[in-house]
Design a protein around this ligand. Structure first.
Ligand SMILES: NC(=O)c1ccc[n+]([C@@H]2O[C@H](COP(=O)([O-])OP(=O)(O)OC[C@H]3O[C@@H](n4cnc5c(N)ncnc54)[C@H](OP(=O)(O)O)[C@@H]3O)[C@@H](O)[C@H]2O)c1
Length: 351
């Protein structure tokens, strides 16, 4: 554990600026239930690349900004009301600078602040490069699936719930959000059907999907309906792909299957309403950072994730691909992310 008194960050100085500027940052202290984490590895999310390259989300007053959601590292300081963690704990975490517009919580620095609801200890056998892939993927999936204002599914429990006889279709199961959704919903007792490119079927099966479908097939809607209609009770569809055209495919499937007609999405609040959405199919949105303040964070990150990582039932998928080292390696990783990925999480080893 480091006892340094200095910090350094990869700063996004102004909108659409590349490269990030590596420069000193304040060394944060933790308030209340917060901890400070020495960041060992970070994973890159589509939003990081979009914020930098497209200049979206932030307003002028939020610059200079520190990007990054996904953190794995070691706790170096603990806030006065935090009883679960102590210096030296190896953790995975979600950085919520995006929600708070506060650079203390950005992942792309040597020392970042994380709050207890979105923090979990990791087993000694799990390396930081693997462990860092979960932050935004798991939190987005969890908010979409379990938030009572979204899909309101049953929560996962350590050891897994008994199968409840209901089937969830996860569209985009090879994405970061989708792979976490499959595993969390499976641990909550749901049978999983999922879509991906055929090359990623092994991944879907490895993390618990019972039915797999190739979304690139021209007959995918028929394929799903034929396999599931009258054979399973649907708990709904979770679509990890934000494209309205894909959501329309999910609505078409929901309309033709029995059970619950609900499409959970990864659309954040504030997006314009979906056009021509069928009235009899519920649709919900989510916000990954909300799990830091609603009941979902403690129930998923606190009660379930630590145990599931320890017993190996939650796997860090999609797998990490280390594409850079140090804060200097972040810009290349962001540029790669902006081009898109298939079933992998781009990771930078910070120390
Ligand atoms: N609301 C929030 O708070 C929030 C937070 C985080 C992320 N998000 C959003 O969630 C979405 C997913 O993020 P992510 O990090 O999980 O993305 P990602 O891992 O970068 O997604 C890449 C994957 O998407 C799959 N894919 C692409 N088009 C598809 C389609 N038509 N059908 C099925 N799968 C398809 C690809 O599967 P194959 O490789 O098999 O082709 C690929 O593996 C993004 O749009 C992101 O902006 C929202």
């Amino acid at each position: 554990m480091s006892t340094t008194t200095t910090n350094k960050a990869a700063w996004l100085l102004t909108p659409k600026t590349t490269p990030l500027e590596i420069a000193p940052a304040p060394l944060p202290t933790p308030h209340k239930t917060e901890v400070v984490v020495q960041v060992h590895s970070v994973a890159i999310n589509p939003a990081d690349a979009a914020i930098q390259h497209l200049g979206v989300v932030l307003d002028a007053e939020h610059y200079p900004y520190i990007l990054g959601f996904d953190i794995a590292g070691v706790v170096t300081a603990v806030g006065p009301s935090n009883k679960r963690f102590q210096p030296g704990d190896r953790v995975t975490a979600l950085g919520i600078a995006y929600a708070l517009r506060d650079t203390r919580y950005g992942a792309f620095q040597h020392y970042a602040v994380v709050d207890e609801p979105v923090l979990a200890k990791i087993p000694d056998s799990l390396g930081f490069n693997d462990a860092c892939v979960l932050g935004a993927g798991l939190s987005t999936a969890a908010d979409a699936l379990f938030n009572r204002n979204a899909m309101a599914l049953d929560f996962p429990k350590p050891g897994g719930n008994k199968p409840n006889g209901k089937t969830l279709l996860v569209w985009g199961g090879a994405s970061s959000v989708g792979a976490c959704a499959i595993q969390a919903a499976k641990a909550a007792g749901y049978t999983i059907a999922a879509t991906a490119s055929a090359r990623n079927f092994d991944l879907l099966r490895e993390i618990g999907a019972e039915y797999v479908f190739d979304y690139t097939s021209a007959t995918v809607i028929e394929d799903v309906v034929d396999a599931l209609k009258d054979k399973v009770e649907m708990a709904g569809i979770f679509c990890a792909i934000i494209d309205p055209a894909v959501l329309t495919q999910c609505a078409a499937i929901s309309a033709r299957l029995g059970g619950r007609k609900h499409v959970g999405t990864v659309r954040p609040p504030g997006f314009p309403p979906l056009e021509n959405w069928p009235q009899d199919i519920e649709v919900s949105e989510c916000n990954c950072c909300d799990v830091a303040k609603n009941e979902v964070g403690p129930k998923v990150w606190g009660s379930w994730l630590e145990a599931a990582l320890a017993d190996g039932s939650m796997k860090c998928r999609p797998r990490c691909e280390v594409v850079g080292k140090g804060l200097e390696g972040l810009q290349g990783a962001l540029d790669l992310m902006f081009k898109g990925v298939s079933a992998k999480k781009l990771v930078v080893e910070i120390v």
